[in-house]
Design a protein around this ligand. Structure first.
Ligand SMILES: [Fe+2]
Length: 215
């Protein structure tokens, strides 16, 4: 209620100011040296409870990465090759780039491809859990971040989506609608606590979590 009263007050103040036809020039000539309150928009994000770095809130967690300029990028790695464990990952990256995705050619050979930044675009990664739930219809994407050899730092923001229902009776596995006698389940069912336990026990660079639940 308080915020709607504040919004009404602000609307009334803006209308009152507008009707004076004073404008910015009038303010300056009147000796106003600070920005009047009516020009200060309420913080639209003030009521959103952001999680601390790396801490998961049910179903979602957000992480921001900062990659400083590296003087010897060929001697290290930004993030080692891995697949994301969750369902989907949404990534916003700046123009510096550095993300690479592993592409497997028809002859079986594989190589790394730059995921070049596109202004305003979000990049969506399929995670291990979606591979399991889709019974391999969608494959989780192996990716890595090479060290930054540019002259400016790289910044990215990532939101991981995983199921929020994590009770002892909430089971996950291939979706029943995708299973048939021609397409039997390739994975057993499990709870989120078993899935996350398996993930945290493994090395980030491993894809063992998919193998762990394979039938
Ligand atoms: Fe990742």
């Amino acid at each position: 209620m308080a915020s709607s009263a504040a919004a009404t007050d602000r609307a009334a103040l803006v209308k009152e100011f507008d009707e004076t036809h004073a404008g910015v020039r009038g303010l300056v000539e009147s000796g106003v040296s600070a920005v009047p309150e009516i020009f200060r928009h309420p913080d639209p994000y003030a009521s959103i409870p952001f999680a601390p770095h790396g801490v998961s809130i049910p179903g979602k967690s957000m992480i921001c990465h900062y990659y400083p300029v590296c003087p010897e990028p060929e001697r290290t790695m930004g993030i080692v090759p891995h697949t994301d464990p969750g369902v989907l990952t949404v990534l916003a990256q700046d123009a510096v780039g550095g993300l690479q995705v592993k592409h497997t050619a028809e002859d079986g050979g594989s190589y790394w491809v730059d995921a070049k930044p596109v202004p305003g675009a979000l990049l969506i990664n399929v995670g291990d859990l979606l591979q399991i739930m889709s019974n391999d219809r969608y494959k989780s994407v192996e990716h890595r971040v090479i060290m930054n050899s540019h002259e400016e730092a790289r910044v990215s923001g990532v939101v991981f989506f995983t199921p929020g229902k994590r009770g002892a009776l909430d089971f996950y596995g291939p979706l029943p609608g995708l299973i048939s006698s021609e397409n039997p389940p390739k994975y057993r069912s499990f709870t989120m606590s078993e899935f996350l336990g398996a993930f945290f026990k493994q090395d980030l660079a491993s894809k063992a979590i998919i193998e762990h639940f394979k039938i």
